[in-house]
Ligand binder design. Structure first.
Ligand SMILES: NC(=O)c1ccc[n+]([C@@H]2O[C@H](COP(=O)([O-])OP(=O)(O)OC[C@H]3O[C@@H](n4cnc5c(N)ncnc54)[C@H](O)[C@@H]3O)[C@@H](O)[C@H]2O)c1
Length: 345
């Protein structure tokens, strides 16, 4: 086991979870951060005592003693930085979605293979305890063969209007369905072959954010499995929590239900306020970052320190991107769309 020197590129909302994890882990030393927003990068570096701060990712990648980087830039800004990091010989933990075009995904997949570096896409629901238990139940045959799944992951309108300055340059499909699709293909242990998607643009468009309000999709797997997905960005801000997150998995011999909307586990009512604190995604417990949003990053740290391959690599990232592109096409054309299956590397 070797302590790995790491850098984080993009230190916005989610980047801070990568920073907290690396600072907390005995397996990693956070040596550099980078953000085009210098003010934010300087503040984060001071708060977490990071010795090197850069506005340009190329300067971070030029540091010879950096072993690995997390890339936590907006959805459509992943490929160029990832390719540069791999070319510089750094292991990469890349936020979802891997990239937003097939060409970019193929380039990343080929660059990973050529570099010999570790590469992981942060599909952290594989570390989400209800899904990990569901996967085990399915593998153990407890619900028979998985026939059908329903997957709802919706955000309040806070996310596209206040949290993300770049929502109009992405979609809730890239932001949320990417998680759902990886989880579904993992649970079904199968690839998605066709998609039919409907979306509508009204509420966000009227606020000047040109991105759909929601997508409703039916996807079919190669071996006959079916799933419906609902991904939206317009739930009211009075909703108990920022995410509404429910699934149902029906097998030939049983059913599994999950509810990851963290408004039922801890309910807090004071004289002035009702709140439902996060206890699942990235809460701090006894001063330590924890939750499945942290565990996936910790798993990457273990992989690079112990020389183990990550559970989720470039193939999984690419197949998700291919499905999302098919969903976007289906929403545009009104037709069912076949997913282009990747060529093996
Ligand atoms: N795993 C999850 O559940 C999860 C949750 C939230 C966000 N994300 C993903 O993380 C990524 C970032 O999302 P976020 O919510 O932190 O967004 P954000 O806008 O809060 O942060 C992005 C940061 O990247 C910086 N940036 C942009 N271009 C850059 C560049 N070329 N070089 C360096 N820095 C640059 C921005 O200044 C900003 O600080 C997205 O891909 C998003 O989908 C994942």
């Amino acid at each position: 086991m070797n302590v790995q020197k790491v850098g984080v590129i993009g230190v916005g909302g989610w980047g801070e979870n990568h920073i907290k994890t690396y600072v907390d882990s005995p397996l990693t030393e956070l040596v550099a951060v980078c953000d085009v927003n210098s003010e934010r990068a300087d503040r984060i570096a001071a708060e977490y005592r990071v010795p090197n701060v850069f506005p340009d990712y190329r300067d971070l990648l030029a540091m010879p003693d950096v072993d690995a980087v997390s890339i936590v830039t907006p959805d459509f800004m992943h490929a160029e930085i990832t390719l540069a990091a791999l070319a510089a010989g750094k292991h990469v933990l890349l936020e979802k979605p891997m990239a937003t075009s097939i060409e970019e995904c193929v380039s990343i997949r080929e660059a990973v293979a050529a570099s010999g570096c570790m590469f992981m896409v942060d599909f952290h629901n594989r570390w989400n305890p209800p899904f990990a238990k569901a996967k085990k139940a399915i593998e153990d045959g407890e619900i028979g063969r998985l026939l059908y799944a329903y997957y709802r992951l919706q955000d309040t309108i806070f996310v596209p209007t206040k949290m993300l300055s770049w929502a109009g340059q992405s979609t809730v499909n890239w932001f949320l369905a990417s998680h759902c699709l990886d989880t579904l293909m993992w649970l079904f242990d199968d690839v998605i072959e066709t998609v039919y998607t409907v979306s509508r643009s009204e509420v966000l468009k009227s606020k000047g954010i040109d991105t759909p309000d929601f997508y409703a999709s039916v996807v079919q797997f190669r071996n006959g499995g079916v799933a419906t997905l609902e991904n939206g960005w317009v739930l009211p801000n009075t909703a108990p929590n920022i995410i509404d997150f429910k699934t149902e998995m029906i097998g030939t011999d049983g059913v599994l239900y999950t509810d990851g909307s963290h408004h039922r586990i801890l309910q807090k009512y004071t004289q002035d306020n009702a709140s439902y604190p996060d206890v699942l995604v990235s809460p701090t417990v006894h001063g330590k970052p924890t939750g499945f949003g942290i565990e996936s990053i910790r798993a990457f740290a273990e992989c690079i320190a112990c020389d183990r391959q990550p559970m989720v690599g470039a193939e999984e990232g690419e197949r998700v991107t291919r499905v999302i592109l098919a969903m976007e096409e289906s929403a545009r054309t009104g037709a069912e769309v076949e997913v282009l299956i990747p060529r093996p590397s």
